[in-house]
Design a protein. Sequence first.
Length: 315
Amino acid sequence: MADNYSVLLTQLVNVFNLEVTYAATDYEKIRLTVADIARPGLQLSGYFDHFEPVRLQVVGNVEMSYLDKLSSAERRIVFDRLFRYKFPALLVSRGMVHSDECIEMAKKHNITLLRCHESTSFIVSSIITYLNAELAPRITRHGVLMEVYGEGMLLIGESGIGKSEAAVELLKRGHRLIADDAVEIKRVNSTTLVGTAPPLIQNYVELRGIGIINVAKLFGVGAVKAENEINLVVNIVPWDTHQAYDRLGLEDNHMDILGVDVPLNTIPITPGRNLAVILEVAAMNNRQRKMGYNAALEFTEQINNHYMQATANNN
């Protein structure tokens, strides 16, 4: 089940090295719940229809130029009217300074004032990108996430099926681990899922009969990665002689994760099958399909053309 997340304003201040001109009494508790950022140009002129006070407000050159043309009394009225809406904070960009009237009204209405030296467009886009990732819908799934030939491969299957053992074999072959046992999955946009490991188990793999190993120390830091997009789900299942498996690869299966359809391969295993090699081929095949090449379709077309030609020759 997906959860709703929020980001502490103090966390945002630390990440982007923002200056705190005035901290509201509840500064440590203020949270951002949406990734949208607003520039209150119309609000400074008194238009508040459709104003959303849940957003962080950012003031740049245009707004400051307008405010500079007002008298001190007019600026006081503008900020008194604006700060009545309890939004998270007002951020001023380009190293500009909050006016005395702004600080006075911020203290009156208990609104946090922030400042940065970056350009307005840069800080707005950077904060939106950061908040989109931090506030993204997310779930935790049992499985192993590996990067194989640049493809993010999520291995799923019943406990004890051999996912971690396959991950170690892939590590020996030069691929990278993102998460073992539990994978935190975020939907960063309508088509993209990103997987990470919970902090407590990051870089660790459990091998039955051996125990916990630290992949970064055993295989080197190049064998681990903090996060990766999920491009393919591989469901590892025990071989069932009564089950019919797709032998050509014509079936286009997907798994819905947080509303995103991810390509799904079901791989049956028996003793003696080299699972690591199969997973490598699955990653390369998925990559080829994204590039527009489908070997199964090509093979089927060749077979059809062969029989069509043979039929024509017989006639």
